[in-house]
Design a protein around this ligand. Structure first.
Ligand code: CIR
Length: 264
């Protein structure tokens, strides 16, 4: 009872998710991995299981039609950041992905007022970690200082604090740092040394399992990639239910579990 009271300070709760079907062109997107081309049919199966998992956790899920002209467009997380009071439409860091935001914007307006980022700023939603009333924003090859400034201007009026985090390893901040409930972050060594994360308990990723740092918290259930036993054992210490999903094909395109949806 005491423990439950202690952890109850997190007010973050998701009711909705927006996702997009992967298209047959999904293997033509951007990637740094050397795992080979993804199988489009298996990508679709892994995506379908992901959607069923979100539905099983009680979220209302909107699945948008596929966009073959944008092979990375099912990584919908990068196009926007949605909080309880706002939506910020990003200006994605990769030129080939900038056209993805046009079809997300009208969907966001159904739920929130939308602020558009200017063309001078760059940000991918994968660099934005929300923990209750705080945002940690990774400075990466996709997100720059102007992106952080414009994002902060959009969310600070709602009482959010924004901290920029230098990231030298991994595509996005959420490739290597995620919130896993009970005031705990799962993160790599670099993240663990960052004073911005000092107020949290840390689960430090084994170097060989960094990919599993992209574990998704949904209302005190954790969804983690299957096949990472050391990370699984660490996550079990948090004491929340854990679901494991096969992300082998998603990983081939540098994607993970957070990338496949916007949650709010
Ligand atoms: C990209 O390089 O943009 C995509 N192939 C992968 C994006 C992954 N997104 C995410 O982690 N939020």
């Amino acid at each position: 009872m005491l423990a439950a009271t202690f952890y109850d300070f997190i007010a973050m709760h998701f009711q909705n998710a927006i996702a997009r079907l992967p298209s047959a062109t999904c293997g033509q997107g951007l990637t740094t991995s050397s795992l080979g081309a993804p199988d489009a049919q298996r990508t679709r199966q892994q995506f379908d299981t992901y959607i069923s998992t979100l539905l099983g956790l009680g979220l209302t899920v909107t699945v948008l039609p596929e966009q073959p002209a944008f092979p990375d467009s099912h990584f919908v997380e990068d196009t926007a950041v949605v909080g309880p009071e706002f939506a910020v439409l990003t200006h994605p860091g990769a030129p080939s992905r900038r056209g993805e935001t046009a079809t997300i914007e009208p969907v966001l307006w159904r739920y929130r007022g939308v602020t558009r980022m200017s063309a001078n700023a760059h940000m991918d939603g994968g660099d934005v970690l929300m923990v209750d009333k705080r945002f940690f924003v990774g400075l990466t090859s996709r997100t720059d200082e102007a992106g952080v400034r414009e994002f902060a201007a959009a969310v600070e009026p709602f009482g959010y604090r924004v901290d920029a985090i230098e990231v030298s390893d991994g595509l996005h901040l959420k490739s290597i740092v995620n919130y896993v409930g009970r005031n705990t972050l799962i993160l790599n060594e670099e993240g663990a040394r960052n004073p911005a994360f000092a107020g949290f308990s840390h689960l430090i990723l084994d170097k060989a399992e960094e990919y599993a740092g992209n574990t998704l918290w949904i209302n005190d259930t954790l969804i983690t990639p299957s096949g990472y036993p050391d990370t699984l054992a660490k996550l079990q210490t948090v004491g929340l239910p854990i679901l494991q999903l096969d992300t082998s094909e998603i990983k081939k395109m540098d994607g993970g579990l957070t990338c496949l949806s916007l949650r709010f």
